[in-house]
Design a protein around this ligand. Structure first.
Ligand SMILES: *Cc1c(COP(=O)(O)O)cnc(C)c1O
Length: 388
């Protein structure tokens, strides 16, 4: 198929729930993706914060090739070595004791909500306005953005929203039926919103006092994205449950509910399940991701290159008055402008850079954690050229 055929075929046969950018990606390596004509793009979208180890990493290709000829899927009715290794390693990388393997971020959050309700015997989940937790019915209800709920009523009951970064509103929202607070340590989809340093530790204290569970949605912030393995480490706040997905298996679908032992124990045979969770293939990928993180020191790289990148982006303020804020941790950085800057996406693309714009006014950078300083320099150069 040529590019036009690819586009018209997709437009004809796939439901139009996505507004796609005008680009057919053909192949990719490292932080660079290529279209069919061989034009290069530096990838600062990374499949929406997924390709943290970069594209087509040699080690991933090699390990998955072997796994493909060995075992792909058997369901959770049986034991597999790949899942045993992945479970131990992912749990040990997290602040928790046990894992439930899911297939996406939304499914991980669904699992966390079910776990919290079953453990506490209570129904209400407090979440934040402008949050993003996924697109299933429960997770669009948890998501504090009415535009994602429109037309899908009736929604599941038991979700209460408060302003992000506002302790008083949390205190007022708590009732005798509150099971948990579900919160992103840094809000991603709504434009890389970083809360005050004491916000998450204070939530922890409130949850302890009131016997409420604290759930961190680290689907986007986890896996080194913010310069720590999990963003909870940025403030030393240990949640009761963490959800993970996006980068966890290097691009294969995987999600995870991570929880402390006592809570995890309420999931017994028959309480929760998923056919594809933790397949040997996805677990092989997840194990390879962790190998690469260790060998290439990716969490520290995210921290150090993140500081480097952020400083360079901040320097653009001197010559571009439209920049009102540069924020984030590690390689999760938002540049807020004072206008609806969606047109920057195609301008960047023309110059060989993939970015996306969150919440209308925020350029969001979530590149692979393997991105080099030379590539980051080039990104800043292009942003400098296209910003008004
Ligand atoms: C992407 C995202 C989700 C949803 O993940 P899916 O894999 O698309 O279901 C949930 N929470 C956060 C914070 C996310 O960034």
């Amino acid at each position: 198929m040529n590019n036009d055929e690819v586009k018209t075929t997709l437009d004809e046969y796939v439901m139009h729930s996505y507004g796609r950018y005008d680009l057919v990606i053909d192949h990719a390596h490292g932080s660079i993706v290529y279209d069919k004509d061989g034009k290069e793009y530096i990838d600062c979208v990374a499949g929406i914060a997924v390709n943290n180890i970069g594209h087509t990493h040699e080690k991933m290709t090699e390990n998955l090739s072997k796994q493909l000829t060995k075992l792909i899927h058997v369901s959770n009715l049986y034991y597999t070595e790949e899942q045993a290794i992945a479970a131990k390693r992912i749990v040990e990388a997290s602040p928790h004791d046990k894992i439930f393997f899911a297939n996406s971020g939304a499914e991980a959050n669904e699992g966390a909500i079910k776990l919290a309700r079953k453990y506490t015997g209570k129904g209400e989940i407090i979440t934040a306005w402008n949050s993003f937790h996924g697109r299933t019915l429960a997770t669009i209800t948890a998501t504090g953005q009415p535009k994602y709920q429109k037309g899908f009523q009736p929604l599941p009951a038991g979700f209460v929203h408060v302003d992000y970064n506002d302790i008083k509103q949390i205190e007022e929202a708590i009732t005798d039926d509150t099971a948990a607070i579900l919160i992103e340590p840094i809000q991603g989809e709504s434009g890389v919103r970083v809360p005050d340093d004491d916000y998450l530790p204070t939530l922890r204290k409130i949850c302890d006092e009131k016997g409420i569970l604290l759930i961190f949605d680290e689907v986007q912030t986890g896996y080194g994205r913010t310069g720590k393995m999990f963003a909870s480490e940025l403030t030393g706040t240990v949640p009761d449950i963490t959800t993970s997905a996006k980068a966890i298996a290097g691009g294969l679908p995987m999600g995870a509910v991570l929880a402390n032992k006592e809570i995890a124990e309420v999931f017994q045979p028959g309480t929760h399940a998923t056919t594809f969770g933790g397949t040997p293939l996805a677990c092989c990928a997840a194990n390879t991701v962790l190998d690469i993180y260790e060998e290439e020191d990716l969490v520290n790289k995210s921290h150090e290159n993140g500081l480097y990148f952020k400083e360079k982006l901040e320097a653009l303020k001197d010559t571009h008055d439209c920049i009102v804020d540069v924020r984030g941790h590690g390689l999760m950085i938002g540049v807020e402008t004072n206008y609806e800057c969606g047109d920057l996406v195609s301008k960047a693309q023309e110059k060989g850079l993939l970015i996306n714009v969150a919440n209308g006014t925020v350029i969001r950078f979530v590149p692979p954690l393997i991105i080099t300083r030379e590539e980051l320099d080039k990104v800043v150069e292009i942003i400098d050229e296209i910003l008004p």
